[in-house]
Design a protein around this ligand. Structure first.
Ligand code: ADP
Ligand code: MG
Length: 408
């Protein structure tokens, strides 16, 4: 079935054609009719399979078909997402698909001043994409009212529910139009969260696609055993072997992100870091540069693991394994998006084997092991430009030692 065959507004069809979307992906095919009918949906589908458009297309269509749009206090659809970057990205998808319609989208998020956001809300928007912090702020200050909302969407739903917002979400639901539709979308969900999700909706919700293997089929992924202190040599070698590739490197903490950046700088490799300590405008620039390819190597924390759709990421490197097993799926899912193929490699140290076991338990599969011979392992260390057998640095050290002795 093609988008042309759907009973949706002609403007939306035109926009989809401009975006190059000819036919729906699986999850779109399965969820669009239910959402058009106003049903509640819990949709689980692999990363990069077009979940955003799966909810955006029918929601825009339903609003376009309604009589009143752009009311001043009349947000009709609220989309909650976990990060600022994702808020911007999801709002962009809505805006693109709603072009040539009368439906308006806007996004609110923290880290920037709120006045311009308040002014925009006062002009009236139909679809509001929001991160929780700024959204609750604006609600409590009385700038955002929820009483006309008839659709609540949780993207990355398992994460949103896991963040402990369950009471807030129940509270939000009590403020929406009494008859409203609730949509949950994610690539992963566990039993507890699923129960939580079901507890939030009264009528039966439908699980649309439930893949056996949560890792996208477009991603080939493997693990290599590397000691913690040697990881930088392996990253250096990988980046030098793949100089033209776009690489997203995940690390556990902000501090480690900066440390890895410095280690790469020492060996002449340029990269950028993206994490929660950066100012919002800087975060936006960094991600923008990675999107355009100006930055080839981005070192990020899990803040970028969920939902971010950057074109042409060739490799994801898990420099550290993720503490939360489901984040493995989300991290490696930053490559192999849409019809593209991607590759992910995880560096696992001795101490991380237990994490690897948990991840494999979560996946229900073993991750392929990339064998490295002892010789290759040693060579990777020896070939590093940061190798400490470097005579000059040894001489420098000697010299400093001698100077110290003399001073005494
Ligand atoms: P998910 O939320 O499932 O991880 P996204 O909604 O971010 O995935 O979409 C992944 C990519 O697939 C995006 O770049 C998007 O433009 C593209 N895409 C979505 N739907 C279609 C379609 N029907 N045809 C072609 N490309 C699509
Ligand atoms: Mg998504």
């Amino acid at each position: 079935m093609k988008f042309d065959d759907y009973y949706i507004a002609p403007q939306i069809k035109k926009n989809l054609a401009l975006l190059g979307f000819k036919k729906p992906t699986d999850i779109q095919f399965k969820s669009i009719p239910s959402i058009l009918k106003g049903e509640d949906v819990l949709a689980i589908a692999q990363t990069g399979t077009g979940k955003t458009a799966a909810f955006a297309i029918p929601i825009i269509n339903n609003i376009q078909a309604s009589k009143i749009k752009n009311r001043r206090d009349g947000v009709k659809c609220l989309v909650m997402v976990p990060t600022r970057e994702l808020a911007i990205q999801v709002a962009e998808v809505f805006t693109e698909i709603a072009r040539f319609t009368d439906v308006t989208t806007f996004c609110i998020y923290g880290g920037v001043e709120q006045q311009s956001q308040i002014e925009k809300l006062e002009h009236g928007v139909d679809i509001l994409v929001a991160t929780p912090g700024r959204m609750f702020d604006l609600i409590s200050q009385g700038y955002l009212r929820l009483h006309r909302i008839n659709t609540l969407i949780l993207d990355e739903a398992d994460h949103m529910l896991d963040l402990g917002f369950i009471e807030d979400i129940t509270d939000i639901k009590s403020k929406l139009l009494q008859r409203h539709q609730t949509l949950f979308f994610s690539a992963t969900i566990n039993k507890d969260i699923k129960r939580l999700a079901y507890s939030l909706v009264s009528n039966a919700i439908r699980i649309q696609v439930s893949p056996k293997d949560p890792v996208s089929e477009n991603v080939s992924h493997s693990v290599v055993f590397v000691e913690m202190d040697d990881k930088r040599f392996f990253l250096e070698r990988f980046l030098k072997d793949n100089p033209d590739s776009k690489v997203l490197v995940f690390v556990r903490t902000k501090v480690r992100a900066e440390r890895v950046l410095k280690a790469m700088k020492r060996v002449g490799l340029s990269s950028s870091t993206l994490h929660g300590d950066k100012e919002q405008h800087e975060r936006a620039t960094l991600l923008g540069d990675f999107k355009t390819g100006k930055t080839k190597v981005l070192i990020a924390t899990d803040i970028s693991a969920r939902g971010i759709d950057v074109p042409n990421v060739d490799f994801v490197i898990n420099y550290d394994l993720p503490d939360k097993s489901e984040n493995y799926v989300h991290r490696v899912g930053r490559t192999g998006r849409g019809t593209q193929k991607g590759q992910a490699i995880s560096f696992c140290s001795k101490d991380e084997k237990i994490i690897l076991d948990n991840i494999e338990g979560f996946l229900g599969n073993n991750i392929e092991i990339m064998a490295v011979s002892n010789l290759e392992y040693e060579q990777t260390k020896d070939l590093s430009s940061d190798s400490t057998d470097d005579w000059q640095s040894l001489l420098d050290m000697d010299e400093r030692f001698e100077k110290k002795k003399k001073k005494k």
